[in-house]
Design a protein around this ligand. Sequence first.
Ligand SMILES: NS(=O)(=O)c1c(F)c(F)c(SCCc2ccc(C(=O)O)cc2)c(F)c1NC1CCCCCCC1
Ligand SMILES: [Zn+2]
Length: 257
Amino acid sequence: QQPYQPLSWPFGHRAHEDYLDCGGTKQSPVNVDAAQAIFSPDLRPIQLSGYSLPANKLLKLKNNGHTVVLELPESLALTGGYAQQYRAVQLHLHWGSPSGPGSEHTVNGRRFAAEIHVVHYNTKYDSFTEAMVHPDGLAVLGAFLEVGHGENQYYHEIIKHLPEIQEVGQETLVPGFNIAGLLPANLKFYFHYNGSLTTPPCYQTVKWTIFNQTMLLSHRQVCQGNELLAGSLPASPCNWYRCPVPVICSSCGSQRR
Ligand SMILES: NS(=O)(=O)c1c(F)c(F)c(SCCc2ccc(C(=O)O)cc2)c(F)c1NC1CCCCCCC1
Ligand SMILES: [Zn+2]
């Protein structure tokens, strides 16, 4: 009996469609139907290397109008759970809005408050740009964010800088910290499938890992994230709303002009 229960489920696809944009047969996000998931003994625990960064390593945090993106050095690597080596490019967050939760994937139809994506590219390709058009080019680690009791100290390292990038295009520098703290402690339980970027160019070149364990943030932290992009254009029309301004954050009642 394996020490972990990674799950995957079958997705048929025609090879030549490997990176059709948006109209293809392997579009993400998807709803994970846990009852349809198949235990796969070949899937190994995800292993992270080089994720703990010193405070003197400054990382660019940018509001690109769709989400908040933290650029990551290639020293962060996936060394377990994938057949090939992948190195980090960036991480970004899919927040909700005062009108509702913002996770892109759902599980049994349930949408979570928010979702983090850590984007990596396959090092057999010379660059991220080249990798993202190949079926095995990208690996994205995803985890759901929920409201828990206390403040999450790792998400605090990002959220505390959000006031500095309230406008689209603004960026700031964030001191390094342990990026692994943004992901679940248990990297053995996950869903895995072959899908796509969830935003144009929608390339069907992503090996998705969606962790079972969720990340717990305080009510206030989720609210702060929801308010950052409340007036921005949606990244993907299906789950982003252009919120009227001023925005009342329904969960904590604060008003954002
Ligand atoms: N879930 S996801 O991984 O598909 C994804 C999203 F859903 C995203 F919504 C995003 S942000 C929207 C795309 C975008 C817009 C502007 C800029 C910029 O001005 O720099 C950059 C990107 C976003 F950046 C990503 N990831 C990107 C995919 C877009 C192109 C390559 C960049 C790295 C991964
Ligand atoms: Zn994403």
